[in-house]
Ligand binder design. Structure first.
Ligand code: CA
Length: 216
């Protein structure tokens, strides 16, 4: 999943953004001032930055050249709503600009759009020695391709999309096979068994009396 760096000095906003990004399945890194932000920009693998402009140490404009140099997509999120600040930010290389107060759904939609536009959207998921390419529907174990059936792949994908959440057998049946499927929940167990034996993913846990969960 994509890693997003939040550079924001106001803790409540930082926490709110972080919470929304985590719920949407992104990994997050946080910096509370420009200097900390710059360190993370230079040392971490980052797919997108949410950048506040008014920051202690270096401000957002000071950071933009370093960000552009590293070719990291950036959305400015700021209380500065003057047109000239917006133009300055975009001209310095930011990909988008949102003014506070903002709606979380809009921020998420813009993140998705920027990631798509800049080709940084991650459709590859790694679980131990298994790599899963969601768009290509391809799975590699230790670099070697493993054949999953259509339903096995869908089941694995649903578990990945709901990582950390327990899903009941009934819910999995609905999500993978559809509401009008005539089979029973035993089908889910059989498919999970086959995914486990093909891929050896120990992180798919059986939740007693419920169903399954892919561990974080
Ligand atoms: Ca600020």
């Amino acid at each position: 999943m994509s890693t997003i760096l939040i550079i924001e000095d106001e803790e409540p906003i930082r926490e709110l953004v972080k919470l929304n990004l985590s719920l949407a399945g992104y990994e997050t890194l946080e910096a509370s001032d420009g200097e900390e932000g710059l360190q993370l920009i230079n040392n971490e693998k980052i797919d997108l930055i949410i950048l506040d402009l008014m920051l202690p140490q270096y401000d957002g404009f000071d950071l933009l050249p370093a960000i552009v140099k590293k070719d990291i997509p950036t959305i400015i999120l700021t209380a500065k709503d003057r047109l000239q600040d917006k133009i300055k930010g975009l001209e310095m290389g930011a990909d988008d600009y949102i003014t506070k107060p903002f709606e979380a759904v809009e921020l998420l939609a813009r993140i998705k759009s920027v990631l798509r536009r800049t080709g940084k959207e991650k459709s590859k998921v790694v679980i131990g020695d298994v790599e899963i390419y969601l768009e290509q529907r391809k799975v590699l174990k230790n670099g070697k391709e493993v054949e999953l059936t259509y339903k096995e792949f869908d089941l694995l994908r649903i578990l990945i999309e709901n990582k950390g959440c327990a899903l009941s057998r009934e819910r999995l049946l609905e999500l993978v096979w559809g509401y009008d499927f005539e089979g029973n929940t035993r089908t889910v167990d059989m498919h999970i068994q086959r995914i486990r034996s093909k891929l050896g993913i120990k992180k798919i846990k059986t939740i007693y009396k419920v169903g399954y969960r892919l561990e974080d």
